[in-house]
Ligand binder design. Structure first.
Ligand SMILES: [Zn+2]
Length: 126
């Protein structure tokens, strides 16, 4: 679970379609904006290790209803990514060009680095 970090690129392991928030009256092209599928790559915006959830850019859009307040006097609906289970995403390896499992190793300086379990390349170097 600690193998995924903020700003990682991950690959979706299953189709994740917004269950709420998709306006059925829209045409297919407009709807597909909110439907993301298996194999799509996207950036991790947030990680919640306690609950095992991640927020991934463009995945699982939901409507959040906002009460009117000073910044937003009319209130309204805001569309925003919601959490998905961390088990539905895998870190992306640019060398393998796919989602991979990762291993944690120590480098020369004794720091822990994440490497691809398949090709041994570094994941999310930096
Ligand atoms: Zn690899």
């Amino acid at each position: 679970m600690r193998h995924i970090r903020k700003n990682d690129i991950v690959v979706l392991l299953k189709d994740i379609t917004a269950c709420r928030g998709v306006d059925e009256s829209r045409d297919e092209a407009a709807r597909s904006k909110w439907a993301t599928g298996r194999g799509d790559k996207a950036k991790v915006l947030a990680v919640y290790p306690e609950s095992g959830k991640v927020v991934v850019e463009g995945v699982n859009y939901r409507y959040k209803h906002i009460r009117p307040d000073r910044d937003n006097p009319r209130g309204g609906r805001l569309q925003k990514e919601s959490v998905v289970s961390i088990s539905n995403v895998q870190p992306y390896c640019s060398r393998c060009d796919r989602g991979v499992r990762v291993k944690t190793l120590r480098n020369e300086e004794g720091k822990r680095v994440r490497v691809c379990a398949r090709c041994g390349g570094m994941i999310g170097a930096a």
